[in-house]
Structures are given as structure tokens and as C-alpha cells.
Design a protein around this ligand. Structure first.
Ligand code: FA5
Ligand code: MG
Length: 387
């Protein structure tokens, strides 16, 4: 047994989410078609968005409030749909092409070749439309293999919003239906931003999603950078058609709740949302939007560089998974700082790993131990050659 297994948390073996029972043995097994590690599995069922005292839950309720007030309760709300969904729900139903990168094992957690941990709440659009809902919000935990830094985490929360317009509503506007829906969507989300933040510096950026056209992203200025907080657009006609709506247009959005909560409460690092330290949790209370997070002291980061020759199957997401698996929330960032190919065609990468606890000072010994394990496991699992 290697040292790093000591840091692994015990994992519940039976969970119930939204009435669906999940048995761990059914989900995590030694199977090459399953890439869900225990650290990720242990987040299933935690549902931070359903805790009224947690920043994610407080934010969810504030957004509910905006929709209740502005649309007189017309939006149906879902926050307990099971995060384990079919490939069909997550990708096919929202027109993600067969060869799209998001379908790869490098980007998505697969339980088996037909079943994934949803990578977005858009996975529920089609079923809810088919059930006849025309105005709805879906909040849930979503899962992605991704890079590591202060605004990316492999488990985060999204809120999906969908509004279907009747043909009469569009006609009354005198505009073409798509422009009308796009205008309404932007007005709705700008109103939401004002409701949450008051005045804030934001901008619209044109974007692309397989399920909307046109598509946009909203960015907010935060910590001296533009931070992407949501994606949205006018729903592709094909999705509506398949759910039996031939004469309608609709808009849809997907909010990144951690990102919005970081701006709202001035939370500097996404890992804090998972902290059980009372110095974090006690700063927030139900219904309180105006609170600014007070860091309970900033501990120094420790940087460790690691250089190795890569092979053709190397990916940064795989490295991040190794680091996360060993260091857990003690890793703050994994960043490529050097990349070159020699005359023989061998490529070398140098990654800088930042270790920092949000809660305490780390000892040199502890960090060296972690880094030693990262080197060992990177070598054995990723087949890279350390330099
Ligand atoms: C989507 O997931 C689309 N489903 C959004 C959408 C819905 C578009 C409906 C159109 C219509 P994207 O991959 O950009 O899009 O993610 C949406 C938001 O999730 C991002 O803007 C960001 O705020 C947040 N997000 C993405 N990756 C991470 C991550 N690793 N950690 C934290 N937040 C993330
Ligand atoms: Mg995006």
C-alpha cells in the first residue's frame, strides 16, 4: 500500500439521491470503463445547494427569489435530480456531436460506457420539456475532469434555466422569434445580476454550444480578471421539435453557482466551498446576501516543480486527477510552466504545483511527502519519465 492512501476519505456505500438508491459497488469497481475515483464518488449526495446556510444554498434561494418575484412563481424548480445520468441525457439529447471532446474519458466521469456523472445540468432539459414543463430551473452538482486552479473544481454546481415562449408571445413582439428570445434572455440575466450584485462590471461574449444558437457567455470582473459565470442562448429548434414543440422558441442558461458565489461573497478560492472549518461555515447564514467573507488568515503557498518526458497518451487532466487524488484540497493550482520538444522528438513538460491549506500551515515534511507520492504515482500510472 502506498502512503497516499492514508489521505483518502472513507466512502459511504449506499446513498439515496432524489429517490434513487446507489450502491457503491455498482458504481466504483476496478473497470477500465469506469474512471470515477473515490474522492469524486464521496461527493455524490452531499448536495451543498440544498443547505440553506451554505453560500451555494443561499445563492440558489436568492435566484429562486428573483424568478418568483419577476415571473410570479411560473418557474418550476428541481434540485434533487440524480446526478448519475445516461450518455443519451448528458450528450445526445442536447445534440452534442459524437466526436465532441466533452464526451471523452479525459473530460467526463464515466460509470460505464452508457452512464456518466452529469457534466452539466443541461442533461435534464429534454426530459423536463417532454414532461411538459415550459418554465423551469434545475439546480445540481455536476462533475468534470478539469484543470486545477482557484476557479476550477471537479465537482461544482450549476443552475439551468429554460423558458419556452408561445407563438403568440413572439408574434406580439413584432420581432423575429430568435431575436426576441435572445433579447429577453439577456434582459432576464442582466436583471438577475443586478438583483444579486447591484452594480457590477460585466460583459457579454459571443460563444458556442451545440444546443443553442446564438450562444453567449457572461463574464464578471473579479480579482483583476474577467471571470466566466454562465453560458446561455436560444435553444436549437431540433431539441424542441424532438420533445413535441414544433411552433415554439425557447431560451436556456447554465449558471456556475460557485463562480457567482465567489463574486457575491468575495470567496477567493473554490475549494473553500467544501470546507467544514467553522471559521468558514459560521460566516454565512440563511437569506444573508450582503456578507463578505473574511479570510481567517492566509497561509503561505509552497511551490514544487516537476519535469518529465510525456508520452502520446499524456493529458493534463490525468495529471490533475493524480495530484487531486493524493493531495486532495491541499493542492491550489497545477500549472504548465515549461514545454519543449528535443531533436529526437521527445516532449518535456514542467508543471508547477502550488500546495496550500485554507485552514492551517503545512509543514515541509508533509509537502515533501505529498510531492514524493505525486512523482511516484505520476510515473507508475501516467507512464511519464521523470527528469
Ligand atoms: C455549460 O455547461 C452549458 N451547459 C451552459 C449552457 C446551458 C449553455 C444552457 C447554453 C444553454 P460551460 O461548460 O461553459 O457551459 O459551463 C457553465 C458554467 O459553469 C461556466 O460559465 C462556469 O461558471 C462554470 N464552470 C465550468 N467549469 C467549472 C469548473 N471546473 N469549476 C467551477 N465552475 C465551472
Ligand atoms: Mg464555458
Amino acid at each position: 500500500k502506498t502512503q497516499h492512501q492514508k489521505w483518502k476519505q472513507p466512502v459511504a456505500s449506499v446513498l439515496e439521491i432524489g429517490g434513487v438508491k446507489i450502491v457503491k459497488d455498482d458504481v466504483v469497481r476496478d473497470d477500465p470503463t469506469n474512471n470515477v475515483p473515490d474522492t469524486i464518488f464521496s461527493k455524490l449526495g452531499v448536495q451543498l445547494h440544498r443547505r440553506a446556510q451554505h453560500p451555494i444554498g443561499i445563492l440558489k434561494n436568492a435566484i429562486y427569489n428573483y424568478f418568483d418575484v419577476n415571473y410570479s412563481g411560473k418557474f418550476d424548480k428541481f434540485d434533487d435530480l440524480c446526478p448519475i445520468v445516461s450518455v443519451k441525457q448528458n450528450f445526445d439529447d442536447v445534440l452534442v456531436p459524437e466526436d465532441h471532446v466533452s464526451r471523452s474519458y479525459n473530460d467526463t466521469y464515466y460509470i460505464d460506457p452508457e452512464t456518466v456523472l452529469r457534466c452539466h445540468t443541461s442533461a435534464h432539459q429534454a426530459e423536463l420539456l417532454t414532461e411538459g414543463h415550459t418554465h423551469f430551473l434545475v439546480t445540481g452538482d455536476v462533475y468534470r475532469r478539469d484543470s486545477i486552479d482557484s476557479t476550477h473544481y471537479p465537482v461544482f454546481h450549476q443552475m439551468e434555466g429554460v423558458r419556452v415562449f408561445s407563438p403568440a408571445e413572439c408574434e406580439a413582439s413584432g420581432m423575429d422569434a430568435t431575436s426576441y428570445a435572445a433579447g429577453d434572455l439577456k434582459k432576464c440575466l442582466e436583471g438577475l445580476a443586478r438583483h444579486l450584485f447591484g452594480a457590477v462590471e460585466m460583459r457579454w461574449v459571443d460563444s458556442y454550444f451545440p444546443f443553442t444558437n446564438p450562444s453567449f457567455e457572461l463574464e464578471i470582473y473579479f480579482q483583476e480578471k474577467w471571470l466566466e459565470v454562465l453560458g446561455c442562448g436560444v435553444m436549437e429548434q431540433e431539441i424542441l421539435k424532438r420533445t413535441g414543440k414544433i411552433n415554439n422558441v425557447a431560451w436556456a442558461f447554465g449558471l456556475g453557482l460557485e463562480r457567482l458565489a465567489m463574486v457575491l461573497f468575495e470567496i477567493p478560492d473554490i475549494r473553500l466551498f467544501w470546507s467544514t472549518d467553522e471559521r468558514f461555515t459560521s460566516q454565512f447564514s440563511q437569506g444573508q446576501l450582503g456578507v463578505k467573507f473574511k479570510p481567517f488568515s492566509k497561509f503561505p503557498p509552497c511551490y514544487k516543480d516537476m519535469s518529465f518526458w510525456i508520452n502520446d497518451s499524456f493529458t493534463e487532466n490525468n495529471l490533475c486527477e493524480v495530484v487531486r487524488g493524493i493531495a486532495g484540497d491541499l493542492v491550489e493550482e497545477v500549472r504548465l510552466i515549461d514545454n519543449f520538444t528535443n531533436k529526437k522528438g521527445m516532449t518535456s513538460h514542467c508543471y508547477r504545483i502550488a500546495y496550500r491549506s485554507m485552514e492551517r500551515s503545512l509543514t515541509d515534511e508533509e509537502i515533501n511527502q505529498l510531492q514524493g507520492n505525486v512523482r511516484e504515482v505520476a510515473q507508475s500510472k501516467l507512464n511519464v519519465v521523470l527528469r
